[in-house]
Design a binder for this molecule. Structure first.
Ligand SMILES: Cc1cc2nc3c(=O)[nH]c(=O)nc-3n(C[C@H](O)[C@H](O)[C@H](O)COP(=O)(O)O)c2cc1C
Length: 202
């Protein structure tokens, strides 16, 4: 998909290695009434976060503002999901995604993210905005096997960009067999809440 030049993950977005943080396997919950909010520039550099973001992720606002959003990237997340996210938002669409994030102390937290582009009056994308709610446990257990299969595909590739492309293609094929797309699958999870959601099992 066409990407505006000078923006996006493949065009010089700063990369911060979070490998110093060792995931502990602990999962942190936050309130069902809470919303984690952040806004970024065109390259995913954080420009705004609310208090809930700081509290759950364990970073001060000063640490977050100016950092790339990959600061909270969890190694359990397949790169293909972020590749999909960037393709969608850079072409002006909004995205719903289930994302596991990494806290400063190594805990993880799952979110249902709604990521949208922000436009100026001329219709140009000027940044991105993400609102995140607490997902149901059933949605997480439905998506985890799918993400594990994507990670397995990625582990067979050296270059992150090639790995992400390969797992995204596999995701597309898997969901096409079910006559659905990533967004539609997430919506299916949301609509069915915890009741009898059919996990994608290959
Ligand atoms: C508005 C917005 C919100 C984002 N939220 C997250 C997030 O919560 N967790 C995350 O790991 N990446 C998030 N990303 C994607 C990151 O910018 C990045 O692509 C991802 O962490 C993968 O890192 P990498 O591109 O360095 O591999 C967000 C991007 C945007 C534009």
């Amino acid at each position: 998909m066409a990407r505006p030049s000078g923006s996006g993950p493949s065009s010089g977005r700063q990369r911060v290695r979070t490998s110093r943080i060792v995931p502990t396997g602990t999962i942190r919950e936050f309130g069902s009434e809470e919303i984690i909010v952040s806004k970024t520039d065109l390259k995913g550099i954080i420009r705004y976060t609310n208090e809930v973001f700081s509290r759950v992720a364990g970073y001060s606002r000063e640490e977050l503002i100016g950092s790339p959003h990959s600061l909270i990237r969890h190694p359990d997340m397949p790169g293909g999901v972020f590749r999909y996210l960037w393709q969608r938002i850079e072409s002006g669409h909004e995205v719903f995604a289930l994302v596991k994030n990494l806290c400063k102390d190594g805990a993880g937290y799952w979110v249902l993210a709604h990521v949208t582009p922000s436009f100026d009056r001329a219709g140009h994308i000027v940044g991105y905005h993400s609102n995140r709610r607490r997902p149901e446990h059933g949605w997480i257990s439905a998506i985890e096997p799918l993400y594990a299969r994507m990670r397995a595909i990625e582990s067979g590739h050296q270059r992150p960009a090639v790995a992400a492309e390969a797992s995204l293609e596999a995701l597309g094929r898997e969901l096409a067999d079910l006559q659905t797309t990533y967004d539609a699958y997430i919506w299916q999870l949301i609509r069915h809440r915890d009741n009898g959601v059919r996990a994608v099992t290959a």
